[in-house]
Design a binder for this molecule. Structure first.
Ligand SMILES: C[S@@+](CC[C@H](N)C(=O)[O-])C[C@H]1O[C@@H](n2cnc3c(N)ncnc32)[C@H](O)[C@@H]1O
Length: 223
């Protein structure tokens, strides 16, 4: 598997055992644990324990029945949400053919393929064709696109629904805690724009939390 071209912190278990991560042990079946271990060993950037626990808690809290995920990789976060929300249907989008194929195989092996619709394609295109409403949207694809996808994702979200955007504090660049490398300047700017948009949007109530590499949780207000 080639290395990923976009920025993402290594979520390998070396970071486990430190801080809050040591309390966050996702309650998932052993078969899914094995899929995650394999993904970590191949450096596929799947959600670490803290991010996964937080996401599962969010999915359970909003009683999600209809979930959208942008960025499937090999399907670990989609599967975790499927397990914590046994009545939910999940649509998950991946543009990489090999990862998509592997995710489909994993969903079959985990016995959740009837509830998980794995879509191969570019998230930006796919979301234009989807119809909601979704209770929970987990955005975990190319960070540089988050700001572009925001208007459409807002439209797809039900009032009271949650939009969770992962890795928004990537390496401390957007928060100003770390200097942005020149080649990542555009990415940092787009994430800053995303954070400015979701934290000032009158239709959203947003909290940016330090979980994993930062997550922005935006709830669509019930106006
Ligand atoms: C961080 S990984 C997803 C991890 C997964 N959510 C998990 O935790 O198990 C991001 C994935 O998004 C995919 N991706 C990036 N940009 C995309 C786009 N525009 N459309 C669809 N998939 C995209 C990448 O190929 C990669 O597999």
């Amino acid at each position: 598997m080639d290395k990923f071209s976009y920025a993402h912190r290594n979520t390998s278990p070396e970071s486990a055992g430190k801080g809050a991560v040591r309390f966050n042990k996702p309650d998932i079946p052993p078969e899914l644990r094995a899929v995650r271990e394999d993904a970590f060993s191949r450096e596929i950037p799947v959600a670490g324990d803290d991010t996964l626990c937080f996401l599962m808690a969010q999915a359970a809290a909003c009683g999600a029945k209809n979930i959208l995920e942008l960025g499937t990789a090999v399907g670990t976060s989609a599967a975790a949400m499927a397990f914590v929300c046994p009545d939910a249907r999940i649509t998950t989008v991946e543009r990489d053919e090999r990862l998509h194929a592997e995710a489909v195989k994993n969903f079959n092996g985990l016995g959740i393929s009837e509830r998980v619709s794995a879509v191969l394609g570019d998230a930006g295109r796919v979301i234009e064709e989807l119809s909601g409403p979704f209770d929970l949207i987990f955005m975990d694809c190319a960070k540089v696109q988050y700001i572009k996808y925001l208007p459409r994702l807002k439209a797809l979200l039900r009032p009271g629904g949650v939009l969770a955007a992962d890795d928004v504090l990537l390496y401390g660049w957007a928060s100003g805690e770390a200097e942005v490398p020149k080649k990542r300047a555009m990415l940092a700017r787009h994430i800053e724009e995303y954070l400015a948009a979701v934290t000032t949007d009158p239709e959203l109530v947003t909290a940016v939390v330090r979980v994993g590499d930062g997550m922005a949780l935006s709830v669509k207000k019930q106006l």
